[in-house]
Design a protein around this ligand. Structure first.
Ligand SMILES: Cc1cc2nc3c(=O)[nH]c(=O)nc-3n(C[C@H](O)[C@H](O)[C@H](O)COP(=O)(O)OP(=O)(O)OC[C@H]3O[C@@H](n4cnc5c(N)ncnc54)[C@H](O)[C@@H]3O)c2cc1C
Ligand code: SF4
Length: 323
């Protein structure tokens, strides 16, 4: 890893000021906890002329219980998210996912916004400048060829944030603000299936908060991940499940995946389980459904076939726990 290159550092105290600064400085980038951004700057993956440090913006650092749900500011630290009573009580998948990110120090600095806006990852990309240069770089940054799928012009770098799938099964909405105003979108619409350009944020747009609607009574959720080092690593495969049942029959089933596609993937076809019991046969079908929609590529040191098998097994185990 290289030393930090020179850049301007700005520390606004209001979101509107951050957006104004970002829009006015070509090549500026937002900085939250910095646990991913600073690594990428030191690796030459990001070359910002200026970093707009968001950490002094108090309005973004709160969790508020509102009518109909809970609003989580983009600057909320992952540790605080995991331990907040309203999150732990009603949104177990979110609490479990936040508690599983990296190691304890990362969770004390890392934020919800940084986790949701995390860049996609690949073994040919998350490397030092000299390593990537010695491989003629790659399509995602400075090169012409994808080393994972050399014949094509697509990047398959995997979205590997833990919190997004958990928020997706809870039907989260994202509040965004930018130079052209504010908007609210389903969190699912923040993501695109493109490892090179996976965020549907407008130029300079800032994630302000995420709203988590109150779950239906009886709904339970959870999150599980597989990783190389249990104490600190990104998910090789991660899965969030929300399951609600009435009188032994499934009334709602939602599943979302991370680490295995360029975006946090909502599994389709789960409506087929509604109205039937979540028995052993249904659990096997859940496992198989997840395996068909996970598309891991050679973006980690662990083989794609293993990650596909693991994510199905995790989904089955988690659904069994919730049932
Ligand atoms: C050793 C190691 C292990 C890790 N393991 C995991 C893991 O297991 N799971 C996991 O999910 N992550 C992991 N990470 C990545 C990272 O620590 C977390 O994802 C963290 O939550 C990122 O948040 P941050 O606030 O530090 O983001 P930053 O690094 O500050 O920013 C990340 C990106 O988000 C953008 N951004 C930040 N806030 C906003 C906002 N409000 N609006 C728009 N854009 C924004 C930044 O511009 C940047 O592009 C790991 C990192 C390291 C170094
Ligand atoms: S998937 Fe291909 S283009 Fe994308 S980061 Fe990896 S090697 Fe580069």
């Amino acid at each position: 890893m290289e030393n930090l290159p020179p850049f301007e550092l700005h520390r606004p105290e209001a979101a509107a000021e951050a957006i104004r600064l970002r829009a006015g400085i070509g090549g500026a980038r937002y900085l939250a906890g910095g646990t991913d951004m600073i690594v990428n700057v030191r690796r030459g993956i990001e070359n910002p002329t200026a970093l707009i440090d968001l950490t002094a913006i108090e309005e973004l650092g709160r969790i508020n219980e509102e009518d109909g749900g809970v609003r989580v500011g983009a600057l909320v630290r992952l540790d605080d998210l995991a331990s907040h009573p309203a999150i732990a009580a009603g949104y177990q998948a979110v609490a479990e996912a936040a508690a599983s990110v990296a190691g304890p120090t990362h969770r004390r600095y890392g934020t919800v916004g940084g986790n949701l806006c995390l860049d996609t990852r690949c073994i040919y990309y998350n490397q030092s400048q000299w390593w990537r240069e010695s491989n003629d770089f790659c399509l995602k940054h400075l090169g012409d060829v994808c080393h994972v799928a050399p014949g094509g012009k697509r990047c398959f770098a995997a979205f590997s944030g833990d919190v997004a799938p958990a928020m997706l099964v809870h039907g989260a909405e994202a509040e965004l603000a930018g130079p052209d105003g504010s908007r609210t979108i389903p969190l699912s619409e923040l993501y695109r299936d493109d490892g090179m350009d996976h965020l549907a944020l407008g130029d300079g747009e800032l994630l302000i908060s995420v709203f988590l609607p109150r779950p239906a009574s009886g709904a339970q959720s959870g999150y599980e991940k597989s990783r190389i080092r249990g104490s600190i690593d990104f998910p090789l495969a991660g899965v969030a499940v929300l399951l609600a049942a009435e009188q032994g029959q499934v009334s709602d089933l939602r599943i979302a995946l991370t680490g295995v596609n360029p975006l946090p993937k909502i599994v389709s076809g789960t409506d087929a389980f509604v109205g039937a019991p979540c028995d052993a046969e249904a659990l096997d079908r859940i496992r198989d459904l997840v395996r068909t929609q996970a598309k891991p590529m050679k973006t980690t040191t662990v083989k794609p076939w293993y990650r596909r098998r693991v994510i199905g097994a995790l989904a089955r185990r988690l659904a069994a726990r919730l049932a």
